[in-house]
Design a protein around this ligand. Structure first.
Ligand SMILES: [Zn+2]
Length: 106
């Protein structure tokens, strides 16, 4: 049996071609839905706003940035805490299914 180490929880899981175990994949999908909906609703929201209002962790956001689903944009005062996130829709379409499966653009 082949195992991988989950990038999110660092647990061993049965290799399935993904970088996250099943339980983390589900959590990430849910958290990513929250983040996408939040950014759509409040395009000016900062990373801190997102964390406070959606309850996702900075680690999750960083994983999503790392995966290329969203990206940080610096804002005017250049304060790291006030960074904003933009959704990279094109990336989402081209990478859809890697761990995020919801159809975003119809
Ligand atoms: Zn995991």
């Amino acid at each position: 049996m082949n195992y991988s180490i989950c990038k999110r929880c660092n647990e061993l899981f049965e290799r399935n071609g993904k970088e996250y175990c099943d339980s983390c994949t589900q959590k990430l999908n849910k958290e990513f839905d929250l983040i996408i909906d939040y950014i759509k609703k409040y395009p000016k929201a900062t990373v801190i706003d997102i964390i406070i209002d959606t309850g996702v962790s900075l680690k999750t956001i960083n994983l999503m940035v790392e995966e290329g689903y969203v990206s940080y944009v610096p804002n005017d005062d250049n304060n790291a805490d006030n960074r904003q996130l933009v959704v990279k829709i094109q990336k989402l379409i081209s990478k859809r299914g890697k761990f995020y499966s919801r159809e975003l653009v119809k």
